[in-house]
Design a protein around this ligand. Structure first.
Ligand code: ATP
Length: 445
């Protein structure tokens, strides 16, 4: 059974609680560009940190990089983006809509009743023409052809052109990888589904350089490893699957996507790609730059252009997957009103614990402030003293806070507080001075 469509509810929750806002909203919004608010920036940062830890810090065979967005325009000729990074575009002369010719079944004609473009008798679709998805701009004061540069449509090329710089500086030996997180821009014809397909987004990409002939085993390794990472984020295994590409690019030796079930009509969609790209990228840059991008394997006394296994995942798309995966509505025993919970994996939760004072008397707020202040040195902590305790729990459940700590009249006498678990609703009585250890045991590092 397909999962429920929770997208509209999430969009509204994300706005109301400060996860994600539409860009330039007071001017009517910018098409498919989104801003991350106070909680959203923490959520996405936690996700990126998890990737960086798994891919760079926890390994000795992958180095980090932060390459610039603007690159030499020849890079995009070598990579094939100037000639080939295109989608087929059709216009409708009647409604003036623009659609991707190969995705008409995913688009809606603005005329009523709702149908796909081309399905109304009045639709007048033009022939498809190729539309390049790269954003163009100019470098320097002259707006002329010679000064055209592009906003990068993927982060990978920054890695390829720095292959030798990184290899020589870090003295890594093949096989090794280079990883980076950064913004990418695509002038998508039909963006949409909230932060699923946007025109500005963040990618987390890793290129693993291997000896030709060993690429298949490395590909299998990375395919399994990347799925494992999605599991560690708490994405439900039954909502994840592999999908083999039906058509391979001419240089690709294998390509799989990891898909996540976003529910509703969106269903399973790509969140990550794992590709065996052969020596295409380094080979092309070698050809276009005239600079050798070979690796010298000393023990084997052999020189070669490495093959590349690439893993490419969208930080925003996985953030959306984590939100969809986490959203649930449930009834609470003994209470009329149900609750909305973001059952986010604790490592992703923007706030790890919230501290409340049951009343504003008997020194409770002072004690709660003291506890919040101490814990804040180690975890992101919220303090809340407004509304009933029930309301305060609901507010934290809705943003995925794993633990709520309440100071009551006993606390000021015996130094203990109540800790309530978001998912089990179980309450523990814990000594205030052992709260840090209590949380550390239960929150992943
Ligand atoms: P699609 O077929 O969905 O356009 P793609 O195959 O072009 O995606 P890749 O070029 O393989 O995507 O990009 C790798 C990853 O970057 C994707 O799996 C996705 O998570 C992310 N990504 C790509 N385009 C966008 C976008 N417009 N908005 C948000 N994330 C994106």
């Amino acid at each position: 059974m397909s999962h429920l469509d929770v997208m509209d509810k999430l969009v509204s929750l994300c706005k109301r609680r400060g996860f994600i806002f539409q860009s330039s909203e007071i001017y009517g919004g910018t098409g498919s560009v989104w801003d991350y608010g106070p909680l959203g920036v923490e959520l996405k940062k936690n996700l990126k940190d998890s990737w960086w830890r798994a891919m760079v810090r926890a390994r000795d065979d992958i180095e980090g990089l932060d390459a610039a967005i603007l690159m030499h325009p020849r890079v995009w000729e070598a990579s094939g983006h100037v000639a080939g990074f295109v989608d087929p575009l059709v216009d409708c002369r009647t409604c003036k809509g623009r659609f991707r010719a190969d995705k008409l079944e995913d688009a809606q004609c603005p005329q009523k009743p709702s149908k796909h473009p081309g399905e109304h008798t009045t639709c007048q679709l033009t022939e498809a023409r190729q539309f390049n998805l790269m954003f163009k701009t100019f470098m320097g004061p002259l707006e002329e052809t010679a000064s055209v540069v592009y906003l990068r449509p993927e982060t990978a090329q920054g890695i390829f052109v720095n292959f030798l710089n990184v290899q020589q500086a870090s003295r890594q030996k093949v096989p090794f990888g280079i990883a980076q997180i950064g913004k990418a821009f695509r002038n998508e014809i039909t963006p949409g589904n909230f932060i699923f397909r946007t025109r500005e987004f963040e990618q987390m990409e890793m290129q693993f350089f291997v000896e030709p002939g060993t690429d298949e085993e490395h590909f299998e390794y990375w395919k399994a490893e990347r799925m494992r990472w999605h599991h560690t984020l708490g994405l439900s295994p039954e909502r994840l699957r592999y999908k083999a590409h039906e058509q391979l690019a001419h240089y690709a030796r294998a390509a799989f996507d990891i898909e996540f079930d976003f529910g509703g009509t969106l269903g399973f969609q790509e969140i990550e790609g794992i590709h065996n790209r052969s020596d295409y990228d380094l080979g092309r840059h070698q050809e276009y730059s005239g600079k050798k991008l070979e690796y010298f394997d000393q023990p084997k006394n052999k020189r070669y252009v490495p093959y590349v296994i690439e893993t490419s995942v969208g930080a925003d798309r996985v953030t959306l997957a984590a939100l969809v995966n986490a959203y649930r509505e449930e009834s609470v025993p003994g209470e009329e009103e149900g609750r909305v919970v973001l059952g986010l994996h604790a490592s992703l939760a923007p706030i790890k614990a919230a501290v409340f004072a049951l009343t504003k008397k008997e020194g409770q707020p002072e004690m709660a402030h003291r506890i919040a202040g101490e814990l804040r040195r180690h975890f992101p902590v919220d303090y809340d003293e407004t509304g009933s305790i029930g309301k305060r729990y609901r507010r934290q459940d809705e943003v995925g806070t794993p633990f709520c700590i309440t100071v009551d009249s006993d606390s000021t006498k015996d130094g203990t507080v109540t800790v309530r678990d978001r998912d089990t609703l179980k309450q523990d009585r814990v000594a205030a001075d052992s709260l840090r250890a209590y949380l550390e045991q239960r929150l992943p590092a």
